[in-house]
Design a protein around this ligand. Sequence first.
Ligand code: UDP
Ligand code: GAL
Ligand code: MN
Length: 416
Amino acid sequence: MQLTCLPSTSSLPGFQSSVAVFVFPVFVCVCCGTSTSSSCRIRGGVITWLPSSCSCPAEAATKFFGYGSRSSGDQSAPTGPTAATPHYPALPCFTSYLPVKPCTPSSRSSSSPAVIRHFGNILALSEERLQHGQSWLLTPLRPDVLTVTPWLAPIVWEGTFDPVLIDNIYKPLNLTIATTVFAVGKYTRFLRDFLETAEQHYMVGFKVHYYVFTDQPEQVPAVTLAPGRKLSITWVPKFNRWQEISLRRMEIIQTAIEERIRKEADYIYCLDVDMKFHNRWGPEVLDTLVAAIHPWFYQLDRKQFSYERRPASKAYVPVDQGDFYYMAAVFGGRIEDVHKLTKTCREHLEEDKNNNLEAVWQEESHLNQYLVYQKPTKLLSPEYLWDDLKGRKPNEIKLIRFSAIIKNKAEVRENA
Ligand code: UDP
Ligand code: GAL
Ligand code: MN
């Protein structure tokens, strides 16, 4: 088998075309599952390697996982996935893929079918396409960031998962992913870019049902959706304060779940509209209760998190509590878990209102308070919720997947 892989430079963080990069990948044939360690060299953005341990057609073996070190010279690269040498900074794990072509039946592995648990049922999946590169217990996939919380929820970062494997696990489940987005008042202008970029990067290949909530249904742009995807429009009133437009989403989502979404979808993700997708935002986000870490707060002491600090509010979080500061522009999970979240936040918002209180960041404060006590089962790293205002991408962010655009708040908000 002979392979040539041309990764985009964006899949090689920190890589410049003028330097030689040695990588120590594990090559895996997605067809038969055979893996082999090898070394190869990257120059000018081109990787070439010649593994020979499987007899599948070249097109079938399309995947590599790698660790490596970087040098500007022509040093010979040690082999093996753990071989990153101490004198060169370790490159984080990266993945790159060529399009997968179907396997021939004769080349499939004869191992037993993979079994996964889905909604409490044991589900056997065909073994085809469920093979992946070996995981090395002593080789962390991302040595530079936290990838699991103290309550053992994964934190999703580039390099921590195999996107092909994740797609292949979730595709046969035939899931529908409800996606709520609000465009009220002048925010309808953000819908086109949101939807067009979502069609390129959001749950590609999955059944997505967008639920657009707006006060101006005629302003919803006609965007071509991929087969199996659809969009429904629901009219909502325009409240006259932007804070209220934002916080009332909890109640409207709760009601929409009760009236239709729980009959129409398996998962629900609730997203801000003043955003664009830039890279894959796929089924790796699926889990029971999912929250996204706020891109402005992940390096701060929890005392500095912008939680509601007045004990009289239902959103109150004491200074010595709290795990991460989550941003309300993204939350989701299984329908009933998100229903419970939105219902509780709505009740807490109403209770505060009856006491003439509005939490410092409205529904985001209540979301954060809820998640201190109902821990999310999966966390999305700031890759999944970035902010264009942050400017230069720091090293730990290998790719920006979804980011808030820079908007003129005074111009778009009702009462700003
Ligand atoms: N929103 C809206 N119209 C408004 C204000 C807010 O549709 O006048 C919705 C929209 O979906 C927006 C979300 O509420 O993305 C949250 O508001 P915003 O994005 O302004 O908050 P930020 O992310 O800037 O804190
Ligand atoms: C801002 C963001 C707000 C809110 C706030 C919390 O960056 O725009 O929506 O999340 O942080 O302090
Ligand atoms: Mn926003």
